[in-house]
Design a protein around this ligand. Structure first.
Ligand SMILES: NC(=O)c1ccc[n+]([C@@H]2O[C@H](COP(=O)([O-])OP(=O)(O)OC[C@H]3O[C@@H](n4cnc5c(N)ncnc54)[C@H](O)[C@@H]3O)[C@@H](O)[C@H]2O)c1
Length: 398
């Protein structure tokens, strides 16, 4: 059965709420190898509300803290921390917890920059503890099915794909300032925020990206209310990029919220034997795999049928490993992976190094957008190309 894992939630905001739903789903499914024993948030009421919810829903006795320091100094036994904080704090909190002997599961993007992500990787190596990237999309049944459809031959060798989402968000609608807009805490725009899901997914389906050419722009000023001032964000409201994969596959990814009129989305992925086509998606980054496969001979399969075909190929051992308790939602599965890995002492599926490789691809998009050059992902990973990230590294003294 493995040992029981004591978990602390660190950062009790929006995404931590989704994690709580996942933990509750695991308990309902019958998973008993974990307990949530602590909730940490700099806003005490946030941590208290989480503790109360867990007490009311599953009877856990959850201690609350206003900092990781206080948690580590409390003497409370913690095996793993689930970090759902602003991006800029990912490396700070992860390194603190790892140094304090606690394994970590950290929300995407793993670090605020490549350097920050490497800091987590180095600390994980030094301590020999698990540092996992919380990335759910590739784990869901839709993404697993598409991986199978391309990698087991149904659609043949993948050759090209297009992912496009165009919509309109009126720049005159001023939002409140938020950590996501803040360069130090957020570090990025949507290329790397919800875009992190797409980058992880495309690497999972199609392998490593060799180089990127991108335009990343702010078409309209996008001001936010900060105190009594209006401050423009530096975030992109448009990007378009070409990915050259090591395999020779070509990918084209475009997104904007600055196209007036009726929005549209389109995702088409073409292999040598057929294509996967989906025009009913909210955002390519959050692609939920609702399209259909169309083969050269005219056969087509809707996503439900494809998922059924995929599941029929799975041994019961593999099925239990990928979809324990019959769960098919990515967030719950990422939590289960962390718990199962700690409980059995096995590696997680998406560790910090894997998160770092995705991070480098997202940063390559920004780096290319800044320089206008075709950027090699290996140069971003090595730190040779870092003009876009330099100011954030400086702010965090990295
Ligand atoms: N996987 C997904 O689909 C998904 C979706 C949304 C957000 N996220 C990620 O989750 C993370 C959190 O995003 P969110 O939307 O929940 O933000 P949020 O602002 O709702 O929550 C962040 C929480 O962290 C707390 N916090 C700030 N500094 C802290 C500190 N030093 N110690 C402890 N707590 C601190 C804040 O008080 C807040 O409660 C980000 O990495 C984000 O990218 C992932």
């Amino acid at each position: 059965m493995g040992k029981t894992i004591d978990i602390a939630i660190v950062g009790c905001g929006g995404m931590a709420g989704a994690h709580l739903n996942g933990y509750e789903e695991l308990l309902r499914g019958g998973e008993r190898r974990f307990r949530i024993v602590a909730a940490v948030d700099e806003v005490k009421e946030g941590a208290d509300a989480f503790a109360q919810r867990l007490h009311d829903s599953v009877g856990f006795d959850v201690k609350t803290f206003t900092s990781v320091d206080k948690l580590l100094n409390s003497g409370l036994h913690i095996d793993g921390a689930d970090i759902c904080s602003p991006h800029g704090l990912h490396h700070v909190l992860s390194c603190q917890l790892l140094a304090g002997g606690v394994n970590v599961l950290c929300e995407k993007p793993i670090g605020v920059t490549v350097k920050a992500s490497k800091k987590i990787a180095a600390m994980a190596k030094k301590t020999g503890l698990v540092a996992a990237t919380a990335e759910q999309c590739r784990r869901s049944i839709g993404q697993r099915t598409i991986h199978w459809a391309f990698n087991d031959g149904l659609l043949g060798q993948p050759r090209m794909w297009w992912a496009i989402a165009a919509s309109w968000r009126d720049p005159a609608q001023v939002g409140g300032w938020h950590w996501r807009i803040d360069r130090k805490l957020g570090g990025c725009g949507m290329v790397m925020d919800s875009g992190a899901h797409w980058v992880d997914t495309m690497r999972y389906w199609f392998g490593e990206v060799d180089s990127v050419y991108a335009r990343v722009e702010q078409i309209y000023d996008r001001p936010h209310q900060k105190g009594d001032r209006l401050v423009n964000s530096t975030q992109e409201d448009f990007w378009t990029c070409i990915f050259n994969f090591a395999s020779g596959l070509i990918g084209t990814w475009s997104w904007t919220i600055s196209a007036p009129g009726k929005g549209f989305t389109q995702l088409t992925m073409a292999g040598t034997k057929g294509s996967l086509i989906d025009s009913d998606i909210f955002h390519p980054a959050a692609f939920q795999a609702r399209g259909e496969a169309q083969l050269l001979d005219g056969t087509s399969y809707n996503m439900e049928k494809l998922q059924q075909m995929y599941q029929e190929t799975l041994s019961s051992r593999k099925r239990n490993q990928l979809f324990p308790y019959g769960i098919t939602g990515g967030v719950t599965l990422e939590l289960w992976d962390f718990i199962d890995a700690l409980s059995k002492g096995r590696p997680v599926e998406i560790d910090v190094e894997e998160g770092l490789r995705s991070k480098a691809v997202s940063e390559a998009v920004y780096e290319s957008g800044k320089s206008g050059d075709v950027v090699k992902v290996k140069d971003v990973l090595s730190g040779k190309v870092n003009a876009y990230q330099k100011d954030v590294d400086r702010m965090w003294k990295l």
